[in-house]
Each structure stands twice: as structure tokens, then as C-alpha cells.
Design a protein around this ligand. Structure first.
Ligand SMILES: [Zn+2]
Length: 187
């Protein structure tokens, strides 16, 4: 599932080679390790070549595709933290794909649920990242930020109109926002 860039578009550009090194480094960070371990515990272990650095035409930071793996858009990465964030976000999608028996990415509610979880649990909306993006409202910022990013991702789903995306997000918000698996609570 495609993601909007983590920082302002055009703020960073790495070569594929540099990005590959950053992916390897991210695999040693506690968050990415924890998610990868839980993916394995859930019966969906992945090797290092599950993660790919690619140049992306579209204005996205990365994505997860069932059966293919996780891609990180090297040309939209700047610092190590950008890569760590994309890796954590996409690993939550991979985890949902593994855990949920009948997850249908064409279903706007299913897609919205995984985006809510990935946005909430990956730290996408940590206030420091929001400040970098130029959003400075702090009160209630986290949920607002998750909502904004869920909408962007679900609208990009060819099966979901803007209205369908909004309805789906509202319908599943409470259940999915409070579903923090594999964490005990939101990190
Ligand atoms: Zn996503």
C-alpha cells in the first residue's frame, strides 16, 4: 500500500545503493526488529530480500505488496529515520496481511483499518515528524495526522472514492486505532 512521503516532497534523495545500506541499518533498530520477529511468530517470516530500495516515479515514500515485499523509495528518503519509519509502517501492513485471514486490500474498510494501525503504531505522526512537515498544531495532532495520512493512502486505492474512504475510516476508527497488536500498547 503506497504511502505519502514522510517529509516534505523533494526534501531528500538517496541513491538505491545508499538506501540499501539504510535498510540494512534499519533492520537492526529495535522497532523494525520487533515487528520482523512478530511477523515470523505469526508464521510469515521474511528474509532480507523482502525489503527493496527502488526509485519511485510517484510521490510516495514506499509500499507493501502482497507476495512481493516492501519497497522503500530511495529518491524520497533523506535521513535514516525516514527509512526506519517507512520500514515500520510497511511491516505493520505485512503483519496485518499475515494475521487477518480474509484481508481484502480492495475493501476500503480493510485498507483503512491497516492504515490507521500503521499510522498510529509506526510513529509516523510523532510530533517531531509533524513539525518537519510544517504542521505545528500540537493539541490532538496525533489523531489528526493519522487521519490525514489514512485518507491520502485510501484515496489512492483505485477501489475507494474520497467519500468511501472517509466513511470507511470513520466506521473502523475506534476498533482499529485501539488494536495495537503486536504491541501491548502504542509505542
Ligand atoms: Zn500504509
Amino acid at each position: 500500500m503506497a504511502e505519502e512521503p514522510g517529509t516534505a516532497p523533494g526534501s531528500g534523495s538517496r541513491t538505491v545503493k545508499e538506501c540499501e545500506d539504510m535498510i540494512r541499518r534499519s533492520l537492526r533498530t529495535p522497532m523494525v526488529r520487533f515487528l520482523r520477529e512478530n511477523l515470523e511468530k505469526a508464521g510469515c517470516g521474511v528474509s532480507e530480500n523482502f525489503f527493496k530500495a527502488v526509485n519511485c516515479d510517484k510521490s510516495i515514500a514506499g509500499g507493501y505488496v502482497r507476495g512481493k515485499g516492501i519497497m522503500v523509495c530511495s529518491n524520497h528518503m533523506n535521513i535514516q529515520d525516514d527509512v526506519n519509519q517507512v520500514m515500520a509502517h510497511e511491516l505493520i501492513h505485512a503483519y496485518d496481511d499475515c494475521q487477518a485471514a480474509n484481508l481484502d486490500w480492495a475493501d476500503c474498510a480493510h485498507h483503512a483499518c491497516s492504515e490507521i494501525r500503521a499510522g498510529h503504531l509506526s510513529g509516523d505522526c510523532h510530533y517531531k515528524r509533524e513539525l518537519l512537515r510544517g504542521y505545528i498544531k500540537l493539541r490532538g495532532h496525533e489523531q489528526e495526522c493519522v487521519r490525514r495520512r489514512v485518507m491520502k493512502s485510501v484515496i489512492a486505492n483505485p477501489h475507494c472514492s474520497e467519500a468511501a474512504a472517509r466513511d470507511a475510516m470513520e466506521a473502523v476508527w475506534d476498533v482499529c486505532y485501539n488494536d495495537t497488536r503486536p504491541f501491548d500498547r502504542a509505542p
